[in-house]
Design a protein around this ligand. Structure first.
Ligand code: CDP
Ligand code: MG
Length: 136
C-alpha cells in the first residue's frame, strides 16, 4: 500500500553536511521525494510538531536543538513508506541503533539523532498537514 510519511533532517544533519548522505539512502531504497523544504523553525512550530512530548523533562533541550539552525522537511512516498522509513532511520538512541541504519551508522546521541519520521498513519496525516499544508 503506497503511503506518505513526514521526515525531518534535523539541524545536526544540516550542520554536519549529511543531507546528501541521508537523502541518498531514502532514494536508493526506492522512496520518492514528493515535497522538500530547507527552513528554520521557531519554538511554536517545534511545540506543535512534538506535541506528544512537550511535558517530558527532556523536551526543553530538544526544543533548543530543533530550533538551533536550519533543517530540511520532506515528504516521502512509497510502498509501506511509514514503516520502511522508520526502519531505515533505526532506533531513537544513536548509540543503540543497529549498524546499517541512518542513526546506527551516523549518530552517537539520544537527542541529536539526525532524522525524524512519522510513526503511524495518524501521525503522518497530522505532520504532513503541519509542515506541508498544501499537501493535506
Ligand atoms: O524520533 P523517535 O520517534 O525515534 O523518538 P521519540 O521517542 O518520539 O522522541 C522524539 C525525539 O526526542 C527523539 O528523536 C530525540 O531527538 C529526542 N529525545 C531526547 O532528546 N531525549 C530523550 N530522552 C528521548 C528523545
Ligand atoms: Mg517519535
Amino acid at each position: 500500500m503506497s503511503q506518505r510519511t513526514l521526515v525531518l533532517l534535523k539541524p545536526d544533519t544540516v550542520r554536519r553536511g549529511l543531507v546528501g548522505e541521508v537523502l541518498r539512502r531514502y532514494e536508493a531504497k526506492g522512496l520518492t521525494i514528493v515535497a522538500m523544504e530547507h527552513r528554520a523553525i521557531d519554538a511554536e512550530q517545534a511545540d506543535a510538531h512534538y506535541a506528544e512530548h512537550v511535558e517530558q523533562p527532556w523536551y526543553p533541550p530538544l526544543r533548543a536543538f530543533a530550533t538551533s539552525g536550519p533543517l530540511v522537511s520532506l515528504v516521502l512516498e512509497g510502498d509501506e513508506a511509514i514503516a520502511v522509513v522508520r526502519a531505515l532511520n533505526g532506533a531513537t538512541d544513536g548509540r543503540a541503533a543497529a549498524p546499517g541504519t541512518i542513526r546506527g551508522d551516523l549518530s552517537l546521541s539520544n537527542r541529536e539523532n539526525l532524522v525524524h519520521a512519522s510513526d503511524s498513519e495518524e501521525s503522518a496525516a497530522r505532520e504532513i498537514a503541519l509542515w506541508f499544508p498544501s499537501l493535506a
